[in-house]
Design a protein around this ligand. Structure first.
Ligand code: ZN
Ligand code: ZN
Length: 144
């Protein structure tokens, strides 16, 4: 039995090279989120309202190619922002107030447990590529 038959649909398909794979996986997603800042030394927390996966890849090499295409289509330059309270927009360079809901572009490496059921996804590394200002956050995602 080939690996493909054994897995059935319980696997990912790389958006870049089309190969079937299970773990680890590399994704690019766009999230609507805001950062909550607290007084008294409590660490800020990020509240995500919506996350859309834009690409899933089998390897870091494939992820890099997808990243280049997606960010070019979005007209975004990655500037690896912090959590605020103010950052600059990856598209227009304008001010992003992270306490207000805004769009972020995030790259993630995660391990995925498929047995017995898919559900156990453990992030290994999460990188914020860019944040967008209020105006740029309103633009729908390209190629979706
Ligand atoms: Zn691939
Ligand atoms: Zn902007």
């Amino acid at each position: 039995m080939s690996q493909t038959e054994k897995w059935g649909d319980a696997c990912f398909y790389c958006d870049e090279c089309g190969v079937q794979f299970r773990t680890p996986f590399y994704t690019i997603s766009s999230q609507k989120e805001r950062t909550e800042f607290y007084d008294g030394g409590r660490l800020p927390e990020i509240a995500v309202s919506r996350s859309e996966s834009v690409a899933t890849c089998c390897s870091y090499q494939c992820l890099e190619k997808q990243r280049e295409k997606i960010l070019a289509a979005e007209n975004i330059r990655p500037n690896y922002p912090g959590i605020g309270p103010t950052e600059s927009c990856g598209r227009c360079g304008g001010e992003v107030i992270t306490e207000q809901f805004h769009r972020t572009w995030v790259e993630e490496v995660a391990e995925c447990q498929w047995e017995p059921d898919l559900g156990n996804i453990r992030p290994i590394e999460v990188t914020t590529l860019a944040v967008l200002c209020a105006e740029c956050s309103l633009t729908p995602i390209a190629n979706k």
